[in-house]
Design a protein around this ligand. Structure first.
Ligand SMILES: C[S@@+](CC[C@H](N)C(=O)[O-])C[C@H]1O[C@@H](n2cnc3c(N)ncnc32)[C@H](O)[C@@H]1O
Length: 237
């Protein structure tokens, strides 16, 4: 059987949601939205909608965009989901000139697997911004080689035991996960890109965006050679 998409499998998607309750990145983006005075916030690749719900609970006008219907269905059950506008799709579905702040969180920017896909996503995000709006997102610093910790012979998770294999091909890293749940097994796989800083900036530039600020982790430390994250705040040129 072909490996599945983790986010399309209801019990794994629900497990992702359960495991995402205590995330420093969500607090970071909530503070960022407040600090920028962003009224209208769009979240691209909103997943199970946790951040959208938290933003809506704080009074922001929120649009959540998510391509995977299983995730979107969970998002629509979050506490403040009724106050969020939900769109099925990706960044191209965002209304033009609407947002004070567009976010891509949970390393969504690493799902664009080549320069062209990244440039297109950045251009759609920029199109969604009001004058003076911002795009914020993060990718993992490739030098920190996070994928080295992903391979396991077996580890317990909220979604059941999982064994993970990792394959790297240039800046693409594919992890294949073998899950055992309720006595039955299934396999999922996904490929993420670990773009260089230059590749990120080139895509932003082609979309007409430039970088305001960067941080190296959720505690707002500066970017360094081995910091785990590259967090970008950008605005139209
Ligand atoms: C790791 S989850 C992050 C979800 C959410 N942003 C969070 O922080 O919990 C990655 C999400 O990106 C979505 N995704 C995958 N490819 C995408 C694309 N091309 N455009 C937008 N979202 C995408 C997946 O369906 C999934 O919900």
């Amino acid at each position: 059987m072909e490996p599945g998409n983790y986010y399309a499998i209801p019990e794994l998607a629900a497990g992702y949601d359960a495991d995402s309750r205590d995330r420093r990145d969500l607090d970071f983006y909530l503070d960022l939205a407040e600090g920028l005075g962003a009224v209208r916030v769009a979240d691209v690749g909103a997943g199970t909608g946790l951040l959208c719900s938290l933003l809506a609970g704080r009074g922001h006008d929120v649009t959540g965009v998510e391509p995977e219907r299983t995730m979107l269905a969970l998002a629509q059950q979050q506490e403040h989901a009724a106050a969020v506008s939900w769109l099925h799709g990706a960044a191209e579905t965002l209304p033009a000139g609407w947002a004070d702040l567009v976010l891509m969180t949970g390393h969504v920017a690493q799902y664009f697997l080549d320069d062209a896909a990244w440039a297109t996503a950045a251009a759609h995000a920029k199109r969604a911004l009001k004058p003076g709006g911002r795009l914020a997102f993060e990718t993992r610093n490739p030098a920190a080689e996070a994928w080295r910790n992903w391979t396991t012979a077996g580890r317990s998770t909220g979604q059941g035991p999982v064994r993970t294999e990792v394959r790297r091909d240039g800046d693409l890293v594919t992890h294949t996960d073998h899950w055992i749940r309720d006595g039955s097994s299934r396999t999922t796989t996904e490929t993420l890109r670990f773009p260089s800083r230059e590749d990120i900036l080139t895509g932003l530039e082609s979309a007409g965006l430039t970088v305001d600020r960067t941080w190296g982790d959720w505690d707002r430390r500066p970017v360094s050679a081995d910091c785990p994250e590259w967090i970008f705040l950008t605005h139209p040129v």
